[in-house]
Write a protein that binds this ligand. Structure first.
Ligand code: SF4
Length: 218
């Protein structure tokens, strides 16, 4: 069995965080998703298993990854991220809608600091720590050259997992942690983009630099 298949099998059985287990299993579809069966388990990462660039989000959204069963799939954060990835030639489609949408990532592996949807998109510090062994295993197995952390929680989780000293989050910050270079970007959430805290162009600029550093761009 490949590392990935074994990893997903173990991951989806995880029930380490009682609050998140209760929440992920209790999310009810709003009218636009009525009739859909939600994934309601830890949400699998995906992408190129030989990726040189790893993108780490915060956690699956209640009606995004927790519904579709794939990280950054089926919500507006996903559409923002995939508009960027496609513009850089890292995804074959400018969207990420469902597990069978035919999207393929090139040179990129997508995961999250926390694998279960948290209430109000806010995991506790203890939940982030509880989930970090999964992220550590992914980094060891995929061995990316470069990681982009989307948002402060992901940034803190990545640099702690890599054993680097705590470093303040700032959009565009760069840190060398052993053999891995880590870039910080604001999360492409509708809240961040809609309030103009960050534009998709600014997010694309960080991911473009990271992808270039990783050797993912032509
Ligand atoms: Fe397990 Fe992570 Fe989900 Fe907690 S958040 S139950 S550690 S997969």
């Amino acid at each position: 069995m490949s590392w990935y298949r074994d990893f997903i099998e173990r991951l989806v059985a995880c029930r380490r965080c009682p609050r998140l287990v209760a929440y992920r299993e209790s999310v009810k579809p709003p009218p636009r998703f009525r009739g859909e069966t939600y994934w309601a388990k830890p949400v699998p990462p995906w992408g190129d298993l030989g990726a040189r660039l790893m993108i780490v989000g915060l956690a699956p959204a209640a009606h995004g990854g927790n519904r579709t069963g794939r990280m950054f799939t089926g919500d507006r954060s996903a559409q923002n991220l995939f508009a960027v990835l496609h513009s850089l030639g890292l995804s074959n489609k400018p969207y990420s809608l469902s597990r069978d949408d035919g999207v393929e990532l090139r040179c990129v592996y997508i995961t999250s600091a926390v694998k279960c949807a948290p209430p109000r998109n806010r995991p506790t510090a203890e939940e982030v720590r509880s989930c970090s062994p999964w992220l550590a295993e992914e980094i060891s197995a995929v061995r990316p050259r470069v990681i982009v952390a989307l948002g402060r929680v992901a940034w803190d989780a990545v640099i702690r997992t890599l054993g680097a000293p705590p470093t303040p989050f700032a959009h565009g910050a760069v840190l060398q942690a052993g053999a891995v270079k880590v870039y910080a970007s604001y999360h492409p959430s509708p809240l961040n983009v809609g309030t103009r805290r960050v534009s998709l162009q600014q997010i694309a600029e960080v991911i473009r630099k990271a992808a270039a550093e990783a050797g993912c761009l032509p």
